[in-house]
Write a protein that binds this ligand. Structure first.
Ligand SMILES: Nc1nc2c(ncn2[C@@H]2O[C@H](COP(=O)(O)OP(=O)(O)OP(=O)(O)O)[C@@H](O)[C@H]2O)c(=O)[nH]1
Length: 312
């Protein structure tokens, strides 16, 4: 085999070094090299361009110069630990960074540990800007939360909608069976509500519904669940509450509504309600009994609360 002269070897080494430097310079992603103390020894043009600094502004600086103050200590500690680790270790993490103009961005930093000519370790870090992806993810998350909210809530009153409410009713019945706790529901319906729409228009009717449901929610206990069954008919689930306590609670609701006026027309409103307490394991049956009791309340003059007999 032909021997390679030391001169030739030196040439080959230099060429390889130049090639590597040119590749790093031309790389479209930001690359930096930091020394064991965390100071920049090399920053490529893409790195400088991303942060908005000139090369000479970064070289010699501690790398936490581009990190928000709150993360600086953690990142310094990580850097020191990384420098002492195995040669083949790699690090991939998501970080928030600060550009020269103060703008915050999110990057993925991928780091590798190499050994320099002086025998000391260095950290090579490759950065990828994922700010747009993060913003998109955040928008998607918010849109999903909104969709989830819309799927479970009534748009006008923001109360739980019928489907979500009936699901909660079944869950609460199961819970009360398991723990043997009392449990009541109340269905209430506004009295002569049609006249509001007919006299003042549908949007005044909408405002009345919003204001009354908001008032009722305020009067209820935090543990009660307030649901719009449809139209001007609502369900209240009262976990841990017996018929007598439910009656007292609904009396408070009835009085509060009857004492208030609603919308700019100063409208007075009343409601009728039927209460049913848990006697058997069926949400449908419980709803039927509460509905019958409410019908009685309407039949016997409105603006009143009726408790369903267990035989109802
Ligand atoms: N503005 C408005 N009206 C609604 C909404 N949902 C249902 N309604 C109206 O509520 C009214 C209910 O009328 P009825 O079922 O006759 O009941 P009521 O007039 O309250 O009479 P009683 O219940 O017997 O006291 C109808 O006019 C519906 O159009 C809504 O979301 N907004």
């Amino acid at each position: 085999m032909k021997e390679i002269s030391p001169d030739k070897l030196y040439q080959l080494f230099n060429r390889s070094k130049r090639n590597t430097e040119n590749v790093i310079k031309a790389a479209p992603i930001g690359i930096c090299i930091t020394n064991p103390l965390g100071h920049f020894e090399m920053v490529n043009p893409a790195y400088c361009e991303f942060y908005g600094y000139r090369q000479e502004e970064l070289l010699g600086q501690h790398f936490t110069h581009v990190v928000p103050e709150v993360n600086q200590a953690v990142l310094s500690a990580l850097h020191a630990e990384f420098m002492q680790g195995n040669e083949d270790q790699e690090l991939r993490q998501e970080w928030e960074v600060v550009l020269k103009n103060g703008e915050r961005r999110t990057i993925i930093a991928e780091a590798a540990r190499i050994e320099a000519d002086d025998g000391e370790p260095r950290k090579v870090t490759f950065i990828i800007d994922i700010t747009q992806r993060k913003q998109l993810e955040e928008r998607l998350k918010q849109a999903n939360e909104r969709l989830d909210h819309l799927a479970h809530h009534d748009e006008l009153t923001e109360l739980l909608n019928r489907r979500a409410g009936l699901q909660r009713l079944d869950e609460e019945i199961k819970r009360c069976e398991r723990y043997g706790t009392p449990f009541s529901i109340a269905i209430y319906d506004l009295d002569d509500f049609k006249a509001i729409n007919d006299t003042y228009g549908h949007s005044a009717g909408d405002s009345v519904l919003q204001q009354i449901t908001s008032l009722v929610s305020d009067v209820l206990r935090d543990t009660d669940l307030h649901i719009r069954l449809g139209g001007e008919e609502f369900l209240i689930i009262m976990p841990g509450v017996n018929a007598e306590e439910a009656y007292q609670g609904m009396e408070r609701v009835r009085e509060s509504v009857a004492q208030q006026t609603f919308t700019e027309h100063q409208l007075t409103m009343t409601l009728s309600s039927g209460i049913a307490s848990y006697v058997e394991a069926s949400g449908t049956r419980l709803l039927e009994r509460a509905d019958k009791a409410m019908y009685q309340a309407k039949q016997t003059g409105r603006n009143r609360i009726v408790i369903a007999l267990s035989s109802m």
